[in-house]
Design a protein around this ligand. Structure first.
Ligand SMILES: Nc1ncnc2c1ncn2[C@@H]1O[C@H](COP(=O)(O)OP(=O)(O)OP(=O)(O)O)[C@@H](O)[C@H]1O
Ligand SMILES: [Mg+2]
Length: 333
């Protein structure tokens, strides 16, 4: 059986619109117009031991809701989750020993304690042996460069320092699985990189299974070979990063800038038409190439043949993952 098995998972939130003003608040006490919001809508996936999976989707897609259910802090409305043979919300205590979690928007450290003390306390709570704790701390201190601020209270740490401590905290009990919900949010490039390096390391050296949500697709490109995309609660893609990239070849875009403006009635006569969509606006000419288009170089050559010295600039947009993902969102909306 897969390490993580999710079947037909659904989470509905019951919400209501607050009425305006004081009298509205008073009325709300007696009668509320409840609405149900399906934040996670029939999701299924299996994750094997040692996988690193990127869980992505637009704001409000249902990522955090899914992660909270996987962690056992939220009850699913329906469907099943089995992680390492346990149902998270049922076998919560044993489950929690098996997992680590970082919620980029929340902290698991004690605000007033020195960061190092928080880590020590967490180690005690999880019953980590002293020698084991020391060895692990030594490694984390080294890789995450924690030394300079372990004596600083959490509330005085910078965001990047805090996040590095959060990561250490999530792994202090040597869990098999970590859930990282936006661990790189708001961090500078250097700290992001050190976090990625660390995650890579714990995956490769300890075989920790990683589920990562992020809006920074670099994180995904660097860490995850598999991507799961969710949109408005529904799963829209589950596959390899390569498979996702393949879709990208559909969207190559060439932009030419000319020395003069196009006539309103311009048509792409003499230029390749199959699989190419031409747009002329002002002095700009854009070619959007789909899979059936001729090779890029042929398209460029045709434009050069047609316009020659009138071309001032050529720009080639390699569609990033971000572009493909937004295409996938659009496609499902
Ligand atoms: N406790 C709650 N009560 C009611 N609705 C909620 C609650 N938590 C989340 N939601 C709603 O559920 C939907 C999914 O939210 P969720 O936090 O899972 O999204 P997300 O994919 O993590 O988004 P983001 O990228 O912004 O973090 C949203 O529409 C959100 O408003
Ligand atoms: Mg979220």
């Amino acid at each position: 059986m897969a390490l993580i098995s999710v079947k037909n998972l659904v989470k509905e939130y019951k919400t209501y619109d607050r009425r305006e003003g004081l009298s509205g608040a008073f009325l709300d006490l007696f009668k509320r117009d409840y609405k149900t919001l399906r934040a996670v809508d029939d999701i299924s996936f299996d994750i094997e031991r040692g996988e690193m999976v990127g869980y992505i989707g637009a704001n409000g897609a249902g990522k955090s809701t899914t992660i909270k259910m996987l962690c056992g802090v939220l009850y699913p409305t329906s469907g099943n989750i089995v992680i390492d043979g346990r149902v998270p919300v049922v076998d919560r205590e044993a489950h929690v020993r098996n997992i680590g979690a970082v919620f980029g928007q929340r902290s698991q450290l004690w605000w007033d304690l020195a960061a190092g003390e928080s880590l020590r306390l967490l180690g005690r709570i999880y019953g980590v042996e002293r020698s084991e704790f020391d060895a692990r701390m030594a490694e984390f201190e080294d890789v995450l460069k924690l030394k300079d601020f372990l004596k600083t209270p959490t509330r005085k740490l910078s965001l990047g320092q805090k996040m590095r401590c959060e990561l250490a905290a999530s792994l202090i009990h040597n869990p098999k699985i970590v859930f990282l919900d936006e661990p790189t949010i708001g961090l500078d490039v250097a700290v992001k990189q050190s976090i990625r390096d660390f995650v890579k390391r714990i995956n490769q050296e300890r075989g920790v299974t990683v589920i990562l949500t992020t809006h920074d697709l670099r994180d995904i490109e660097e860490l995850c070979s598999r991507v799961f995309i969710i949109d408005k609660g529904k799963q829209v893609f589950d596959g390899t990063l390569d498979k996702l990239r393949e879709k990208a070849t559909d969207f190559a875009q060439l932009t030419f800038t000319l020395t003069h403006e196009f006539q309103k009635d311009w048509t792409p006569e003499g230029l390749p038409q199959t699989g190419v969509q031409w747009k002329a606006k002002g002095a700009g000419l854009t070619a959007i190439l789909s899979k059936t288009a001729p090779p890029r170089t042929d398209v460029i050559r045709a434009v050069l043949d047609t316009f020659g010295a009138e071309i001032e600039d050529i720009k080639i947009d390699e569609p990033g993952i971000e572009h493909i993902v937004s295409k996938i969102y659009e496609g499902t909306n």
